[in-house]
Ligand binder design. Structure first.
Ligand code: ADP
Length: 434
């Protein structure tokens, strides 16, 4: 059985689409539909139809522009495109042909003649404009395209401006909210420390029940404090006011401390944390507390995004001066670096998300699946951890990025987070706040 000829109809009006579909299907054609110019181009590229019926007055890119684009695509150059339009301006037909259409059928659709006309175009019929006329229309068409381009650039510039403004407002809101929350939180933490006997002898008797309650409040307050600190860190990074107290830092000490703190959570999830031999590593130039924050975040994420029983491994290597690791790690050319790799056997990160996860508030999964836990499997947080970690690493003249084969909760291809930090020995004397 021979395949039915495929007709793509680009038209925004549903009724017209239905009418043409019924009519052409009854005449043995397969009909594809697209509601606007961009969708039409995409479908034509995918489906390679035998003929395109193009409405001119469609949203976004109009039918003239979509036709010109289609005619520039290899594989569609010889596909007949027939304008089917209700526009009745003088010169519409000539303009359609100048834009690249091979024919022009005015609406309303004549059900008796349309199938025959389509058959003619499929058999090779082509309408032409006289050369002299074509030159005039071509100039008019170019002018129209430039006008449209200008209009679109103006629209985009305005939309961009608005986005920038909204983004600034969002940053300002985070900053204000974090500062406003910090004040009462400090007061609550102060009173809590007076209630708990750990700071000294309590002046009153506390029963176990009461201690439990205080413990619960303290944990909640500490969690809230971490969130407020995360928000403040993001604000500091964005405004370039993150204070670093730089000095030679032993990565062995930092990594060991981070692993020690997080090991209980990994054990709860039956995960193994394997750390390579870190002895003899040159110190890096850094802020020990901030670097601890980075590795706590990366290892914490690996625990979260790796199923029970998985493995998290940390390894370190020295990158010699001048050796460029990755095209986007420009800093690697400038001196000796230490690279720490945090690798896990978790769900991995899809290629399209590998940059996005470093943007504020970006989470791969739906917010409805949000969990407040720091270590539950897939328990997402605020989406501020990685942007903060990258901001800290960048403030150290380093770079943080991820490699992964993709995202798969079943197969778990794993992720490799790389942290690149400059070696201290090559740097001038370290001092606070550099
Ligand atoms: P969150 O608080 O949501 O964990 P992060 O900024 O730390 O925010 O991470 C952003 C997103 O990056 C996470 O929601 C998660 O989808 C993804 N992600 C981070 N670390 C890993 C990892 N080790 N494996 C897979 N996905 C990860």
């Amino acid at each position: 059985m021979t395949e039915k000829p495929k007709i793509l109809y680009v038209e925004d009006n549903l009724m017209n689409r239905m009418l043409v579909r019924r009519l052409l299907e009854a005449h043995g054609y397969a009909v594809l539909e697209a509601g606007d110019g961009l969708a039409g181009i995409k479908m034509a590229q995918e489906e390679l139809p035998d003929l395109v019926l193009m409405d001119i007055n469609i949203p976004g890119m109009d039918g003239f522009e979509a036709t010109t684009k289609l005619k520039s695509i290899e594989g569609l150059k010889d596909t007949p495109i027939v304008a089917l339009t209700a526009r009745v301006m003088d010169g519409d037909r000539e303009m359609a042909l100048t834009a690249g259409c091979d024919g022009y059928i005015p609406k309303p659709i004549n059900v008796d003649t349309l199938p025959g006309l389509i058959r003619d175009f499929l058999a090779g019929k082509r309408e032409m404009v006289a050369v002299a006329e074509e030159r005039v229309y071509l100039r008019e068409y170019s002018q129209k395209l430039v006008d449209r381009l200008q209009e679109k650039i103006e629209e985009l510039t305005k939309a961009n401006e608005e986005l920038r403004h909204t983004d600034e407002m969002k940053s300002r809101f985070i900053s204000i909210a974090a500062h406003e929350l910090r004040t009462p939180l400090t007061i609550i933490r102060g009173y809590l420390s007076m209630l708990t006997p750990s700071g000294g002898e309590a002046t009153y008797q506390l029963d176990d029940n009461f201690l439990d309650i205080i413990g619960g409040i303290a944990r909640g307050v500490e969690r809230l404090n971490t969130i407020v600190e995360e928000m403040l860190d993001v604000t500091r990074i964005e405004s370039g006011t993150l204070r670093l107290y730089l000095g030679p830092v032993s990565l062995k000490d930092v990594i060991t401390a981070a692993v020690r703190k997080l090991k209980p959570f990994a054990e709860e999830r039956k995960q193994e944390i394997v750390v390579a031999d870190l002895s003899g590593m040159l110190p890096v130039k850094g802020d020990a507390n901030r670097l601890l924050q980075v590795f706590m975040n990366l290892i914490g994420n690996s625990i979260k995004y790796t199923p029970d029983g998985g493995r998290i491994s940390l390894s370190v290597r020295v990158i010699e001066a001048g050796k460029v690791l990755d095209p986007y790690v420009q800093s690697a050319g400038r001196g000796e670096f230490i690279e720490v790799i945090v690798e896990d056997t978790g769900v991995g990160v899809a290629e399209e998300d590998q940059e996005r996860i470093f943007k504020r508030f970006y989470e791969v999964k739906a917010p409805s699946l949000h969990s407040t836990s720091k270590t539950d499997f897939m328990g997402g947080g605020l989406g501020l951890g990685l942007p903060t970690a990258r901001g800290i690493v960048e403030a150290h003249s380093g770079w943080l990025w991820v490699e992964s084969e993709g995202y798969d909760e079943e197969e778990c291809p794993g992720s490799r987070f790389h942290v690149l930090l400059p070696v201290a020995a090559k740097m001038a004397g370290a001092s606070p706040n550099e």
